[in-house]
Design a protein around this ligand. Sequence first.
Ligand code: PMT
Length: 422
Amino acid sequence: MVGFWHDKRVVVGISGGIAAYKAPALIRRFREQGAEVTVVVTKAALEFVTRLTLQTVSDRPIYDDLFSLSQEQDMGHIRLAQEADLVVVAPATANLLAKMANGLADDLLSTLLLARLGPVLVAPAMNGAMWRHPATCRSVETLKSDGIAFVGPGHGSLACGDVDTGRLVDDTVIIEAGRRILEPNILAGRTVLITAGPTREAVDPVRYMTNRSSGKMGWAIAKAAVRAGAEVTLIHGPVSQPPIAGIQMIAVQSAEQMYHAVQDHWQVSDVAVFAAAVADYRSKYQATEKIKKEKKGNQLSVEMIQNPDILASVAQWRKEAGAGPLLMGFAAETGQALEKAQRKMVRKGCDLMVVNDVAEPGVGFDVDTNRVVVLDQAGRNLSWPLGTKNWIGTQLINVVARVLNGQGMDVMTEAPPDERVK
Ligand code: PMT
């Protein structure tokens, strides 16, 4: 299957800092994912990493000389700058940032960067004091306002022995940042409603019934939807996930509260994704005072009544209104998951059903990974290997975007092995 980087042309620019020794791994990783990589190095960078290594990992000639007749004839700097889908500078030294910010072009890399009109991603790496120096801060500020994207630097132990901010971030982080820059806003102008997490059903003022949902799956979908350019509303039960910038977050406790929040938002949504683990039942009576064992003795019976089915209700309201959002439900099953989920999709009336067999290791509740199959009403299905919830969230948003655009479900993207399960 064809992955995101397949046939993308990436220029990796390497400037002269100790972190240049990590550049070959980045180049290799880009190539493993299908990118064509052209390497442009500064003379100083070649003090830290050899031409032979770079040539071997990129499987192409290395470019370092602005005045070389052969290099310029082979691939002029203007052409290099124009043809690449992305220019990544890793590591970017303080010196290179200062040159870029001031439009200096005294070697091939800085000249290429000055001639570049398309996206540029910069991954700085330097000593912490250099990173915080007012001159570097001014360079970074100028470059950001010029539209240059930054990733890192990270915090940790540096080559100089300090533990500080200034590390080159991991190659996977650089590649993901690059993907975000290039990824088209497939849900621009769309409104996405997502439910996530558990619900909490009170029994008395101190006790409640709930489930093991952490909200991680819903969070991953919300983040993928924001990245895809959607306006996102996330209605969630009690979880301990961090806030997501740029989205509307509505915190609820019980299934009934989630039901009312969804009722307020479904009509203005293009898509509604129901990743929440909503309690099917709640206590019929909620004691206003703590239930005392002195009063109840050896046995306590709690009479339960059914909660409203939020997904089925939205499907019904949509039917009555004759219009409404694309509905993606989730089915948490144990055993014969596909058959059960198929029946659930029909019963609830959603368009797509994401099935996870939560009895499998690494799947479902309160883990960072998941393995899902997406079913549609036409009997088609899509499945992916076990992957991080973040990765699965991105795939689900791709599916949603394609269905909204009338392109169907024939989307399968290959995850880099370490993105699938990390
Ligand atoms: O939160 P995590 O720890 O990351 O775990 C993720 C998850 C396992 C919770 C998630 O992947 C998942 O499967 N979510 C749905 C869990 C669930 O309640 O499934 P269900 O088969 O009981 O319900 C089917 C669908 O109906 C779901 O979309 C659910 O949100 C919806 N529902 C259920 C009951 C109800 N009263 N109202 C609903 O809307």
